[in-house]
Design a binder for this molecule. Structure first.
Ligand code: COI
Length: 356
């Protein structure tokens, strides 16, 4: 299948790189492709960024049958545009699709289309330090029908948004509120799918956290409410007694690509790293006996996000001295140096888009 290209006749003005924020601005073009059982995925095209006009009965609006991905395109100092582990995003897109009864995509083809789109809109990849072009591939159920079943027709689209830091804090520490009242997902649920429902489930708890003065909410498991799972928009890692500890992927947790990159780097650096169940009680005890050294989150949007305070029931603990810990700093620098082409890429993580 070819990607048809219809260039926009009304290009927008490029934004000021120093005032981007996250996810508010969108580039000139988008990729679209449709699915029906007769034609499979078809009509692949790059065209002007535009609204999707929908019948009010379109299934995605009612039952949330939708999945998405998030990755970034980076501009290097010598003006090359590159992606970070995009094949992992494509593989996860298909894993989410399976759980959400959405037809599989041809990962190599969608990645090819994604590179083509980024290449057409490459002027939208910002230049200011630590900015990038966020890429959001999405699939939505398109049947017009009010019965509950998987849709027969779908739209896959990819949009691009020039972004700065996800949190207003930037790389400065964020504060986390642990909830034993709300839950995000449960064993056998959709927790590992990148689907709207998981983010919808996180909104109320995140608002409560925000009202209490915290940046984000940390979810515990829904059954015993002891085991740490993840934060609303990132995975979570602890440094206890020199060991990096993060909850295992067991179906409830999003298989973060930045999380995997941190674990890969830790192994490469001979830092002990364990993916194992960790309870909130263990974290509180480690803080009490002085062995809790750092907490940080990882995610595509958030990159590495140090945590300065953790609130649990009636206790608020300060992690380390409340600043950026050395491990968080080292991972942040190593990952962003590879992403922006400032360092060698010994792991084969970088995929150039220029020749797409
Ligand atoms: C990402 O890190 O890419 C995410 O998807 C988190 C959030 C912006 C939904």
């Amino acid at each position: 299948m070819d990607v048809k290209i219809i260039e926009t006749k009304t290009p927008k003005e490029l934004p000021d790189d120093s005032k981007l924020g996250f996810g508010r601005l969108f580039s000139d073009h988008m990729f679209n492709m449709d699915y029906n059982p007769e034609q499979d995925w078809h009509n692949a095209r790059i065209e002007s960024y535009a609204p999707i006009i929908m019948d009010p009965a379109t299934m995605v609006l009612h039952y949330g049958q939708t999945i998405f991905e998030g990755l970034k395109a980076y501009r290097t100092s010598n003006e090359k545009i590159q992606l970070f582990r995009p094949d992992e995003n494509m593989a996860r897109f298909n894993r989410s699709a399976r759980l959400m009864c959405i037809p599989q995509i041809d990962e190599a083809f969608v990645l090819h289309a994604l590179k083509k789109l980024v290449s057409i809109d490459k002027e939208w990849v910002p230049r200011a330090p630590e900015t990038s072009l966020y890429v959001r591939p999405t699939i939505i159920a398109m049947d017009h029908y009010l019965g509950v079943r998987p849709s027969n027709t779908y739209r896959l689209f990819i949009i691009l948004s020039p972004v700065g830091a996800y949190y207003p804090e930037g790389f400065n520490p964020v504060t986390i509120w642990v909830t034993d009242k709300y839950v995000r997902t449960v064993r056998g649920g959709l927790g590992e799918a990148k689907t709207a429902a998981n983010y919808a489930a996180s909104l109320y708890g995140a608002e409560v956290a925000k009202k209490a003065g915290y940046t984000q909410v940390l979810w515990l498991d829904a059954i015993e409410q002891r085991y740490i799972e993840e934060v609303g928009t990132m995975n979570i890692l602890f440094v206890i007694n020199g060991e990096l500890v993060t909850p295992p992927l067991g179906g409830n947790i999003l298989a973060g690509i930045t999380r995997d990159s941190v674990l890969t780097l830790a192994r490469d650096w001979n830092i002990p790293a364990a993916e194992r169940p960790i309870t909130i009680d263990e974290v509180m005890a480690a803080h009490k006996d002085g062995s809790l050294q750092e907490i940080f989150g990882s995610g595509t949007a958030a990159v590495i996000s140090p945590v300065s305070h953790l609130a649990w029931q009636d206790q608020v603990l300060t992690v380390g001295d409340g600043g950026v810990g050395p491990m968080a700093q080292r991972f942040y620098e190593a990952i962003t140096d590879i992403q922006y082409g400032r360092a060698e890429d010994p792991f084969g993580w970088i995929v150039p888009v220029d020749e797409a």
